[in-house]
Ligand binder design. Structure first.
Ligand SMILES: *[C@@H]1O[C@H](CO)[C@@H](O)[C@H](O)[C@H]1NC(C)=O
Ligand SMILES: *[C@@H]1O[C@H](CO)[C@@H](O)[C@H](O)[C@H]1NC(C)=O
Ligand SMILES: *[C@@H]1O[C@H](CO)[C@@H](O)[C@H](O)[C@H]1NC(C)=O
Length: 439
């Protein structure tokens, strides 16, 4: 039997104290890891980082001093603790640590918190990736602004202050918002753009958000009209000022810093911007639309889908690529549109064969409150479940110039679903072309 006799007393005491030391050490370590506040400044301190040294940012992409981190926007996210989720783009290797500085207005203190750097898993080989910087909000700190810095002690120079979005969770007032990620390359597909936006409106979209890098002067006229109408909201997206942008989705296709002009970052930003504004968010490109087969509009489509899938937060639609062809004949007279640059999707009635690899890709309608991180063809982190929608109910109607020009007419079946809407669609398109002084 083990007893602590006089001889072993000191050894016993040592073991006992050592155990207490170990327990305390690991307990403290775990507590300290939770306690993420790195530094606090009081009101009277001269080097208080929030004291008159901040400047309010009003840009959609803001580079930090390290030149490898770019802040898009901080969003309050209370879905799993009181976090500030700062959407950003960072270099996946070069950025090791970043700090959030909270300017607590209620106590005139500032708190520095170490950010958890969560680089999204879909980076497609590019060195820069969409990243969430997660900073736990200090208790009793009311802060409308936050700053981000590569070191614990920012120099007493101008600190960028970012307004924290989504501080108040309201119930959404819009039903459907379409997010079109990254318009770039002096985009000039005017006719297809107007046709597509008019289809979105007929289907039920109330708002279309466009992350705009560049477009043609004619396209600018159309956008100005849609902004004045209240349909379109432009988010300036000058990402080429900071990073070498690729027009392709994968790094192996010509290198560069980030894919598709930062499409994934734009899509994630659009979700958070609309979290408490819109019931659903539609994540597609300007040459795509979610086209219901059985329903007349998105509202009845979503009612049908939700009935069968009450826990779903993500609905995935199969990509059906359509092209026009030499033998496209339509019952419509399009002569007045000949002067308008761009494709006429009412002639895109021929489905491309299924062996085109992109056909397997899907695009999404999501409940933004159930999504944490998204990629282009799937959601990466979410709360609900994803549902693959049967193509007999709805498809992703994707208009693209035919890859295979030698298709025999008999081998392809025309799909005229869009024509169902022609009596409303064609006059609406003409109205926009006239009002934006294009016709
Ligand atoms: C952003 O702020 C700068 C000064 O801080 C100002 O010159 C510029 O006009 C602002 N831009 C917008 C879009 O508000
Ligand atoms: C914070 O500082 C400002 C300006 O120095 C002062 O007007 C305000 O009363 C202070 N608030 C608190 C809660 O101390
Ligand atoms: C189409 O409409 C134009 C006038 O807008 C007219 O000149 C032309 O003859 C029409 N074409 C056909 C085939 O009806």
């Amino acid at each position: 039997m083990f007893t602590c006799g006089k001889q072993v007393n000191s050894a016993c005491r040592f073991i006992f104290l050592f155990s207490i030391f170990l327990v305390t050490y690991y307990w403290r370590k775990s507590v300290l890891q939770d306690k993420v506040i790195v530094k606090t400044w009081q009101e009277q301190q001269d080097n208080h980082p929030c004291k008159g040294q901040g400047y309010l940012t009003n840009t959609t992409i803001t580079p930090l001093k390290d030149k490898n981190s770019f802040i898009i926007a901080p969003y309050f996210d209370r879905r799993d603790g009181n976090f500030i989720r700062i959407l950003s783009i960072v270099h996946h290797k070069k950025v090791k640590e970043l700090y959030c500085i909270f300017c607590c207005q209620n106590s005139n203190t500032s708190c520095t918190v170490k950010a958890k750097i969560d680089i999204h898993s879909d980076r497609f080989g590019f060195p820069y990736g969409t990243t969430d910087l997660l900073c736990l909000k200090p208790q009793d700190c009311y802060s409308q602004f936050i700053s981000v810095h590569p070191s614990v002690d920012p120099e007493a120079t101008q600190l960028p202050l970012f307004p924290v979005q989504n501080l108040h969770s309201e119930s959404p007032s819009l039903e459907f918002t379409v997010c079109i990620s990254t318009m770039f390359g002096k985009y000039n597909n005017v006719l297809q753009f107007v046709q597509t936006i008019e289809m979105y409106k007929i289907l039920g979209a109330q708002k279309v958000m466009i992350y705009k890098n560049s477009c043609s002067p004619l396209m600018e006229k159309v956008l100005d009209y849609y902004i004045s109408e209240g349909t379109v909201e432009i988010i300036p997206w000058p990402i080429h000022l900071y990073l070498k942008v690729s027009s392709y989705w994968h790094h192996s296709m010509g290198g560069k810093d980030i894919g598709y002009y930062g499409q994934i970052a734009a899509l994630n930003d659009c979700i958070y911007r609309n979290m408490y504004r819109s019931k659903y968010v539609v994540l597609i490109d300007a040459d795509e639309m979610i086209l219901p087969i059985k329903d007349a509009d998105w509202k009845s489509l979503m009612q049908r889908l939700e009935k069968g899938n009450p826990r779903a937060g993500v609905f995935l639609f199969e990509n059906h690529v359509y092209g026009n062809s030499l033998f496209s004949t339509t019952p419509f007279n399009f002569s007045s549109w000949h002067a308008v640059p761009g494709e006429n999707i009412l002639e895109y009635i021929y489905r491309q064969p299924k062996y085109i690899p992109a056909v397997r890709n899907r695009k999404m309608v999501i409940d933004p409150r159930k999504v944490v991180q998204t990629s282009v063809h799937k959601v990466i982190k979410k709360y609900g479940v994803s549902v693959q929608v049967n193509s007999g109910i709805a498809i992703l109607f994707h208009c693209k110039r035919p890859a295979n020009k030698n298709l025999a007419k008999e081998s392809i079946v025309p799909n005229k679903i869009l024509w169902r809407y022609s009596s409303a669609l064609i006059p609406n398109i003409n109205k926009v072309l006239h009002k934006s002084n294009i016709l």
